[in-house]
Design a binder for this molecule. Structure first.
Ligand SMILES: [Fe+2]
Length: 330
């Protein structure tokens, strides 16, 4: 036997051995070169082992948002999946979760229709944050926003209700070095809006529902990958600290235009039992983007994996200016 065929034979038997002994691995199919991947060959009705969780996490850190299909899971299975990545928070700082599942935030489309539109100037607001067509990072009005968000499609209409995601790391890397340098040392104030802050009674667990105001670095260092990102939440940022109002507004407008460039985006077309995990430390999202235009039923359930205080390139750590840190349930 030639040495080449011996090697081939050995490789082939190694391959068969690995096929027999290794559990089936997830399959990761990117949906754009910049953001988003679909993950298959995993059944989330069953507990996932540490190795599978690590593979999903690696895909998440590479692609920023990952989509799963046909995951007909219960509320308990949804929570078990989330806990594979760390302790869970309650459903939301200013809203209660499901009575039996305080970690799960259920959203029905009718609730979205009550939201203001970006053209609605009729609601008086003391310090209006910018409402850029629904783009936001989850719950940055608290100083410790969640690390990952996980959303399960329960009732999904045949069309409409898509969710958009944008890569905030790509947005930072696309800026010119002088602008990167300018924003590296800045901080922004994030706060609950008048929409959030209506008539709020305490949560079922007795905790205050705000108002919340927090100071965050405008550029965040991703705690797992070390990459820098534009930590701009159009939905909650009122202003950049230390700048004149026109300077703050102009810089926010510039950055908003950058983070919402189409080439940094992926779009999820939902189907029943689609499930999405996004790295809330790396993306902003908007959705359902067309809720004002359709009347079909849509129900999704969200859980959130607890996060740390964001850190800037200069070591600045986020802090609460008003309201408590978001608590953790485990
Ligand atoms: Fe959100």
């Amino acid at each position: 036997m030639s040495s080449a065929s011996a090697v081939l034979k050995r490789q082939s038997s190694d391959f068969r051995a690995s096929q027999q002994s290794a559990p089936s691995r997830i399959v990761v199919q990117p949906v754009t070169p910049v953001i988003g991947a679909e993950i298959s060959n995993v059944d989330l009705r069953k507990p996932i082992d540490a190795e599978t969780a690590a593979e999903i996490q690696a895909a998440l850190h590479k692609w920023r948002v990952v989509f799963f299909r046909d995951q007909d899971i219960s509320n308990d299975q949804l929570k078990a999946f989330g806990r594979a990545f760390g302790p869970l928070t309650p459903a939301h700082p200013i809203s209660d979760g499901l009575e039996e599942h305080p970690e799960i935030w259920e959203r029905k489309v009718a609730e979205y229709r009550t939201r203001r539109t970006d053209n609605d100037a009729s609601v008086p607001r003391a310090r209006p944050p910018r409402d850029y067509k629904g783009w936001h990072i989850d719950i940055t009005f608290v100083a410790n926003p969640n690390r990952y968000s996980i959303l399960h499609g329960v009732e999904i209409p045949p069309y409409g209700g898509d969710t958009l995601f944008t890569n905030l790391i790509a947005a930072y890397e696309g800026l010119s070095p002088p602008i990167q340098k300018l924003i590296d040392g800045l901080q922004a104030v994030h706060q609950t809006t008048s929409y959030d802050a209506g008539e709020r009674k305490p949560r079922r667990d007795g905790r205050s529902t705000g108002p919340f105001v927090s100071l965050h670095p405008l550029v965040r260092v991703h705690p797992e990958t070390g990459e820098k990102l534009v930590f701009l939440n159009p939905g909650t940022v009122s202003h950049i600290v230390g700048l004149k109002e026109r300077e703050s507004q102009a810089l926010l407008d510039l950055l908003y235009g950058e983070i919402t460039r189409p080439e940094y985006q992926a779009r999820l077309r939902w189907a029943p039992n689609s499930l999405v995990v996004w790295d809330n430390q790396a993306v902003a999202h908007a959705g359902p983007i067309d809720y004002a235009h359709f009347s079909l039923g849509r129900t999704v359930r969200r859980i959130t994996v607890a996060g740390d205080l964001p850190t800037g390139p200069d070591g600045f750590r986020s802090r609460a200016l008003e309201g408590e840190l978001f608590n953790v349930l485990g």
